[in-house]
Design a binder for this molecule. Structure first.
Ligand SMILES: NC(=O)c1ccc[n+]([C@@H]2O[C@H](COP(=O)([O-])OP(=O)(O)OC[C@H]3O[C@@H](n4cnc5c(N)ncnc54)[C@H](OP(=O)(O)O)[C@@H]3O)[C@@H](O)[C@H]2O)c1
Length: 257
């Protein structure tokens, strides 16, 4: 799947599928996004565009930092133009921004906790940002070679898997994210049959986003960002265009809508 073994005389070389790839990571300043940038560099990526609101820099000549708010459409257009001017072979876009709580947004326990402001905040980052990223970056992936647009979602966005309830705005925004990217995958397949467009569930990962909600999580079920990034890169490396439009967990298992 993600790893090929080349036998040359007595030497066995492990060649990672990400070696030599040119990849854009959006949401690259912390959490899973930052771990993805580090993992891609470890695996021999040729070029990584690391986009974040802070434009945080990674000290590696293969990294180009971009300052980008994932909800800012002119900023997305400018980033796409910058990358398009630098290469005609972008191999993957991995979009990670997500929002579970902030000043106006708290994961709701009951519907009386819902506010329009919180719904707006959640949908802007969790649903609208990945769709705008698809609008602006998918054209860079239509070169005819295998290419991936992956949007990090969350299992709680699955309607079929929802037995607990609660977390209205995050659940609904992640469900909308899955639907928007699934719809984009159908359109993209008409333009390039080598394109894989999907959403991903990273598992429960020890980041700022999950910190306030880790109390009931068993230690073996709480992944480090490094482990989560490695698992997601493995899953993506194993997907084919036939998987496009799907929603996949950290272990490669499809998740019901
Ligand atoms: N951690 C988990 O257990 C877990 C579980 C399921 C799904 N997820 C999903 O995984 C993804 C990554 O989350 P994480 O755990 O790594 O959380 P995190 O450490 O809180 O990181 C969130 C990321 O989103 C970015 N972001 C938020 N609003 C943004 C905006 N307007 N523009 C650009 N970037 C923005 C942040 O960038 P700044 O540095 O600019 O704030 C940061 O890179 C999210 O989509 C989340 O929903 C996480």
């Amino acid at each position: 799947m993600h790893t090929a073994y080349l036998h040359a005389d007595e030497v066995v070389m492990n060649v990672d599928a990400w070696a030599g790839q040119q990849v854009l990571v959006v949401g690259a300043s912390k959490g899973i996004g930052a771990a993805l940038v580090a993992a891609l560099l470890d695996r021999g990526a040729a070029q990584v565009w690391a986009a974040s609101r802070s434009g945080a820099c990674v000290d590696d000549p293969r990294v180009t930092s971009l300052t980008l708010d994932a909800t800012d459409e002119p900023g997305l257009a400018a980033a796409a133009a910058q990358i398009g001017a630098a290469t005609d072979r972008l191999h993957a876009v991995i979009h990670t921004p997500g929002l579970l709580q902030n000043d106006v947004l708290r994961p709701e326990r009951r519907m009386q906790d819902i506010s329009l402001e919180a719904l707006h905040a959640s949908f802007a980052v969790n649903a609208f940002a990945p769709m705008l990223a698809a609008k602006h970056f998918l054209p860079l992936l239509g070169h005819g070679e295998r290419a991936i647009f992956a949007s990090v979602s969350a299992r709680v966005g699955s309607i079929g898997d929802n037995r607990l309830g609660g977390w209205y705005s995050y659940r609904a925004a992640k469900a909308a994210q899955n639907q928007l990217i699934h719809t984009a995958a159908i359109e993209a397949a008409r333009k390039s049959r080598a394109l894989i467009c999907c959403t991903l569930h990273p598992g429960t990962v020890d980041t700022g986003l999950s910190k306030p909600f880790q109390a009931g999580v068993k230690p073996e079920k709480l992944f480090t960002p490094e482990r989560a990034a490695a698992q997601l890169l493995d899953v993506l490396a194993g997907l084919t265009p036939a998987d496009s439009g799907g929603f996949f967990a950290w272990d490669g298992q499809p998740i019901p809508w």
